[in-house]
Design a protein around this ligand. Sequence first.
Ligand SMILES: Cc1ncc(COP(=O)(O)O)c(C=O)c1O
Length: 358
Amino acid sequence: MEGRAALPNAPDADMLAFMQKDAATLSARLAGFPRLGLVHPPTPLEPMKRLSAYLGGPRLWVKREDASGVGMGGNKLRKLDYVLHEAVAAGADTLVSGGVVQSNSQRQVAAAAAKLGMQCHLAVYHGRLAAPTREYGTSGNALLNRLFGAYMHDVPWTGDRNGAIESLGEQLRQQGRRPYVVPYGVSNALGAAGYASAIAEIAAQSSVAGFRPSAIVHCTGSGATQAGLVIGASMALEDTQVIGIDIDAEPERVRADVIKHARAAAKLLDTLFDESNVDVVAGHAGPAYGIPHQATIEAIKLAGSLEALILDPVYSGKGLAGLLALVRAGRWRADEDVVFIHTGGTPALFAYQSGLAI
Ligand SMILES: Cc1ncc(COP(=O)(O)O)c(C=O)c1O
């Protein structure tokens, strides 16, 4: 970026050295956790110049977790890279997970299983939302699950996210397989600790680009993504706020889960956790989980037409809708830098096509 040295929040040489030292501590701690290589790090950090100009600032950047690696990418792969190392080391031959019909998480588990040569069984939850389009059950992530060779087991949604996944794992064990159960959303302590690696990358990439992010904004659901970001930022980007946009329409439940996973990840990374750093913003989930509203559609269209980014109607579209609302409410000065994490979800756009009027 031209003229970076003149920016008021550009780090001076001492600050740069300090930032790099802290990112090095985080990277060194993360190096104690082996990963499989499903992710191609670092994912790009790109300026969103046209969207920034459209809004009149702040300077917006996008961390391309949608381009993280196998099977059309997404934020869960970064967690899976660590979590599935444990599965391989344990000698598992089968991955078991689950989610709603258009879950990106279970599609990334299915992709990883295909790549690793493991069987994949998914508890596919029906009833959390009514199918919003005629293609909902067959296109997008549902199509990719079939393409990746996953076995789908239809189960009713009861609100217990892990119950049916665990019983499926137990059934497969009794049938003689060696299953490894990946929790809903790949949200557990190791997944959260692994996600802190995104902060190590952002710290390094932003210092090279000559800025310090005032905030990192992303959509939050099962909580381990935000937990990893909060713990990582406390170690390597201390002045940067992490802001999770609730897309589940359950901000209190989300906040409690972020705190639970952050506490566990802090233990693994041998660092401290301060609950006051958990900022979950409500009000941008639309009418319910999985149902896009006008603001979601506006965000998807702006990202597509100005930045050629493909957001989805369930997660990243609502995340950007939340960021747009914060920008319009004057949360940042025009000369500040804010990073939006594109957490993926690309295939779901196609499963919602007939309902979107794009
Ligand atoms: C595209 C996308 N973005 C964000 C999230 C939320 O991440 P987390 O569940 O770790 O809060 C998900 C979860 O499924 C997702 O699929």
